[in-house]
Design a protein around this ligand. Structure first.
Ligand SMILES: [Zn+2]
Length: 306
């Protein structure tokens, strides 16, 4: 087993982390008056609307990176087909790390067709997720399925994945009217989630992000290296967070270490990202000019734009 990173000495900051994945939500919609709950969340958050996802910018690759802390080439899910990560044996998945330290974890994700259900259950088990709830693929049902955990699981990790925008984006196109309506449904569900968490808000870090954008190279897709496909919002809110705009150098890979760090758990050295500790510090004028070493994702993105 590989070593841990230096942040492991840090104290636990929150009892619980809620990791909310807004599948295919374009970052540039956050702040629109049409989506009051997303706007309110941004107000309370340390956030960037200019973070980068992994490549390929597809859900299976990105979700596996969120759960494993490493880039797609290192976990082996390099397409939009879910599976047990090819390199599972050498991974240290986030839910398993949470469980190793005696904390509970719950995932609430969409139900898959019957033939794929054994595989879905196996993936969940291999990642070390203690509880998994599967619900129909819309935000109302998924939130309903998550409510018991949101109400009663006051420690550890809760992961929610809402697929609505992505599904509609593929059928009608990103930024089409049906897509914008789907964003409104996710926005309403976010409002309910925030209400549900209000009691426990002092104990919960909400980490909301998208797994990819969409409508970059093609109106109905998101799997290119185009900035509109690869740019994601990333928002952190909760106790100890200083609302501020964060640098645009963050990537999706910074989310998993942030989860463990906030829970006071060691971050595996093999993980690619770094905890977003700046979210818990008062903003400084200098920080926006900080330069971080390029990740392969950022390099590719830069080449693409050039
Ligand atoms: Zn998709």
């Amino acid at each position: 087993m590989s070593a841990d990173k230096r942040w492991c000495e840090d104290a636990r900051r929150v009892r619980r982390v809620v990791l909310l994945v807004l599948d295919g939500l374009r970052a540039d919609l956050i702040g629109s008056p049409r989506y009051p709950h997303l706007s309110a969340l941004r107000q309370e958050s340390a956030y960037t609307l200019d973070a980068t996802t992994v490549l390929p910018s597809v859900t299976a690759a990105a979700m596996t990176s969120l759960f494993s802390g490493v880039a797609p080439n290192d976990h082996g899910i390099v397409s939009d087909r879910f599976g047990v990560p090819k390199y599972l044996a050498r991974l240290r998945p986030m839910p398993r790390e949470v469980a190793l330290h005696g904390l509970p974890s719950t995932g609430v994700v969409r139900q898959v067709p019957w033939p794929l259900r054994p595989l879905a259950r196996r993936i969940v088990r291999e990642l070390g997720m203690q509880q998994a709830h599967f619900a129909p693929a819309n935000v109302r049902e998924l939130l309903r399925a998550a409510m018991p955990a949101l109400r009663t699981q006051t420690d550890g990790l809760i992961v929610m994945h809402w697929p609505d925008c992505d599904a509609i984006g593929h059928t009608h196109g990103w930024m089409s009217e049906p897509y914008l309506d789907a964003v409104a449904r996710m926005d309403a569900a976010l409002g309910t989630t925030r209400e549900l968490m209000a009691d426990a808000r002092t104990e919960t870090l909400l980490l909301a992000l998208a797994d990819h954008g969409g409508g970059g190279r093609l109106p109905n897709a998101h799997d290119s290296a185009h900035p509109l496909d690869c740019t994601i919002p990333l928002l952190l809110s909760g106790p100890g967070v200083h609302p501020q705009e964060l640098p645009n150098t963050h990537t999706l890979l910074d989310a998993p270490p942030t989860v463990l760090w906030a829970l006071g758990l060691p971050v595996p050295a093999q993980w690619a990202g770094e905890p977003i500790t700046a979210a818990f510090a008062a903003p400084t004028a200098a920080r926006r000019t900080d330069v971080r070493a390029d990740t392969p994702e950022l390099q590719l993105l830069r080449e693409y734009v050039a």
